[in-house]
Design a protein around this ligand. Structure first.
Ligand SMILES: [Fe+2]
Ligand SMILES: [Fe+2]
Length: 189
């Protein structure tokens, strides 16, 4: 390789590293925000149903996994020195409110909320894993593991008659749109 080509390669690899760093920060920032939202939704639902009710036990199982997810991203935020989203306080309130509201609408609506959220988050993690390609293998492994958890939550929602909720399509579409908006905002702000 001549000197000129070497220089170009070095420049390109520097550029790639920069892209990777931005992408990495976006991934960690948005995932921390999403997992905070998820823990708050289930916290809100548990406040209505109680964790010892039949439905409460199912929700608690998912909430426990969300707790593991948020702890992982809280640690990554510190480890990789990523600025958290400024929207954290808002997602906190909106997540909890969504949990309370859907639980007050009934067990099926609470499960429809899970189906909507986990459908978006499952696909979101899938997309991130693809974007990472071969970089950050440790993070990629975490993302794929969490994706599987989210898809399990989705299945729990379906198995618990989410689709029988009155106005299922409207409700899930509203929640999905909200989640997608929250993802887009949390990446940047
Ligand atoms: Fe999660
Ligand atoms: Fe989840």
């Amino acid at each position: 390789m001549n000197i000129k080509n070497k220089k170009i390669t070095k420049k390109n690899s520097r550029k790639n590293n920069k892209i990777n760093k931005n992408l990495l920060e976006e991934i960690i920032r948005v995932d921390q925000a999403g997992e905070l939202g998820a823990t708050k939704i289930y916290e809100g639902q548990l406040a209505i149903f109680g964790k010892n009710s039949k439905i409460g036990k199912k929700i608690q199982h998912m909430a426990d996994q969300e707790q593991k997810h948020i702890t992982t991203f809280n640690n990554l935020i510190v480890e990789k020195k990523v600025r958290p989203t400024l929207m954290m306080p808002l997602w906190n309130i909106l997540g909890y409110s969504l949990g309370i509201t859907t639980a007050l609408m009934g067990k099926k609506a609470a499960m429809a909320c899970t189906v909507a959220v986990e459908d978006v988050i499952g696909k979101h993690y899938e997309k991130q894993a693809k974007e990472l390609k071969n970089s950050e293998p440790k993070l990629k492994k975490i993302i794929l593991e969490f994706r599987d958890d989210e898809l399990e939550h989705y299945d729990i929602g379906i198995a618990n008659e989410a689709e029988q909720t009155l106005g299922y399509n409207i409700l899930t579409n509203i929640i999905k749109t909200g989640c997608k908006t929250a993802i887009a905002v949390s990446k940047k702000i």
